[in-house]
Structure formats: C-alpha cells, structure tokens
Design a protein around this ligand. Structure first.
Ligand SMILES: NC(=O)c1ccc[n+]([C@@H]2O[C@H](COP(=O)([O-])OP(=O)(O)OC[C@H]3O[C@@H](n4cnc5c(N)ncnc54)[C@H](O)[C@@H]3O)[C@@H](O)[C@H]2O)c1
Length: 278
C-alpha cells in the first residue's frame, strides 16, 4: 500500500504538547481503544483490567485454543467496567493473520490509541541442544510477530499523528541468563526495536516504550517461583528480595502508554526489584 499520505514537516519545527498532563483519575480513557495481545491470563489479563478500569474499550487477542477463556474474561470486563471488548484469535507467527486482524478491526471502526505487545513465549533449554524449530518458536513470536503487529497497528496511528505503544520485554533482554538463549536474544531485540521505532515514529506523535520485568508470579509459573531451589538461586539477585506481581507490570505499562508519560519515548522501564543494577 502506498504511504504517500504521510505528512512531512521540517525537522526544526517545534510541536506543541498534545497530551493531557494529568495522571490516572479514574475513567480518563473513555472512548479510546487499547489492543492487548495474549490477554486471557497472566500479565496480559492484568494489563487489560488496568485499561478497562480507566474506561478504555479493548481489543484483546489470544491463541485459538485459549479463545473460550478470553471470551469469558471479556464478558466480565464488560459487565464490571462498562467498556466494549472485542476478542480476536491471533497467532503472532502468522503475519497474514496479523494483517487480517488489524484490517478487521479497522472495518469495525476501531481506531487504536494504545497497543500493548504483551504476548510472548519462553523455552528453557541449554543452547547446545536448541533446534532451529525451538529458536524460531521463540524469536518468531517474541520479536518478528511483535514487529509486524506493531507495524500494522501503527499505520492508523501515523494517519492520526497520535498513538502509544508499549512492549513487554524482560530483564532477560538486559542481562543474560542460562538456558534462555532465544528468549534473551528476542527480548534484547524487542528493547532495541523499541528505540528504533521511537526515533522513526516520533515525527508522527507516536511514543514507543518497553517494560522489562523480573520474574513475575502468575498462575502459570507460581509453582516454579515457590520452589525453594528456584528461590535460593534467584532471590539473592533481587535487592528488593521479592518477585514482581502482574499488577506491578500492568501499572508500569499503563503509565508509559498514557499521557502521564507524554514526554517519554524509547525508554525501557525495568520492573525488576533491582536485578539489573547489580
Ligand atoms: N512471567 C514472567 O516471569 C515474565 C517475566 C518477564 C517478562 N515476561 C513477559 O511478559 C509477557 C506475558 O507473560 P506471562 O507471564 O503473562 O505469560 P503467559 O504465558 O501467561 O502469557 C503469554 C500470553 O501470550 C500468548 N501467546 C503465546 N504465544 C503466542 C503467539 N504465537 N501468538 C499470540 N499469542 C501468544 C499466550 O497464549 C498467553 O496468553 C511475555 O511477553 C513474557 O515474556 C514474563
């Protein structure tokens, strides 16, 4: 598609602040749309809840096998928070599916203000045992799919000259750790992608930021995190001596996405209890 509708302006031109310089007041996102990927559970569900509380309508995506769970969650959000929630089946490894999902949303009149790239996968394996399939599973989901969804969603933001994107990366994109080579590489890629897009899209009034959590206690990994061996080997690396909760990540994502962070772009906010400062 030709992109010659993109407005050009001289690079010395001063722009006025378009954001509202207020922070969370309750329902300040009423009438705005937020897309959250991987939203049926864990951190994604908590992010969706945070935006619903602020009055935002939502597009929530999930893998086909988790759509029932997502639909049930969506109905709860609608009932309890009075927002509209659209649910889309989306596998980030399917680039044509990404384009179809965004196009379907546009045809339904959805104009995205916020995109939260939450969906991601990990695979624990010694690097020497990794297959090409293992590598592609992690990197195609976390990095390639995230980029192509961001590209599609950003097109309407460019047209409006306003929008905000948050990537959920990881402390493992900042520091290394064993048995996670594709995860560390993909999350480091996401953090740097954040900076590259922030520079390229600032001229369209689009901000792009990342949140990088330490281990987060979710239903899926609670057992692992409660394991004494896991705690002995990892807790000494966290100066605050606690792991993150989904709401710690959701609040950071909400802050970076919304107007309270209107002067912040290209930033990677670590939510790591100090892990990465050691
Ligand atoms: N839980 C942690 O300790 C932790 C720490 C740092 C960063 N993160 C990151 O936070 C994000 C959410 O993690 P979580 O802990 O809630 O994990 P989770 O597994 O509960 O959630 C991930 C979501 O992504 C979806 N997903 C997986 N593959 C997908 C694909 N190919 N296409 C579309 N959706 C897909 C899953 O269905 C799920 O809903 C991930 O990006 C993860 O890397 C998690």
């Amino acid at each position: 598609m030709a992109l010659d509708w993109i407005a050009k302006e001289p690079d010395y031109m001063l722009r006025s602040h378009t954001e509202d310089a207020q922070v969370h007041t309750g329902r300040e996102l009423t009438g705005q749309w937020t897309l959250v990927t991987g939203a049926s559970r864990g951190i994604g569900a908590e992010i969706a809840l945070q935006f619903a509380r602020a009055g935002s309508d939502l597009v929530l995506t999930e893998l086909p096998q988790l759509m029932d769970q997502l639909l049930e969650f969506a109905r709860t959000l609608e009932e309890e928070h009075g927002v509209e929630v659209k649910c889309e089946s989306l596998d980030l490894r399917d680039i044509a599916g990404i384009e179809a999902c965004i196009s379907a949303m546009e045809q339904q009149g959805v104009e995205l203000s916020y995109l939260i790239n939450n969906a991601g996968v990990n695979l624990l394996s010694p690097a020497l045992h990794l297959s090409q399939e293992d590598w592609d599973f992690v990197v195609d989901t976390n990095l390639k799919g995230t980029f192509f969804l961001t590209r599609e969603a950003a097109k309407s933001m460019v047209r409006k000259k306003r929008g905000s994107i948050v990537m959920i990366a990881s402390q493992h994109g900042v520091v290394g750790n064993e048995n996670r080579a594709p995860y560390c590489a993909s999350k480091a890629g996401v953090i740097h992608l954040t900076k590259a897009l922030a520079i390229e899209w600032a001229k369209y009034g689009i901000r792009v930021n990342a949140v990088s959590p330490t281990f987060v206690i979710t239903d899926a990994n609670e057992q692992l995190i409660q394991d004494p061996h896991f705690q002995r080997s990892n807790m000494p690396k966290v100066p605050l001596r606690k792991f993150a909760r989904p709401e710690d990540v959701a609040q950071a994502a909400f802050f970076l996405a919304t107007d309270g962070a209107g002067m912040i772009t290209g930033h990677n906010l670590v939510v790591d209890g100090g892990w990465t400062i050691i």
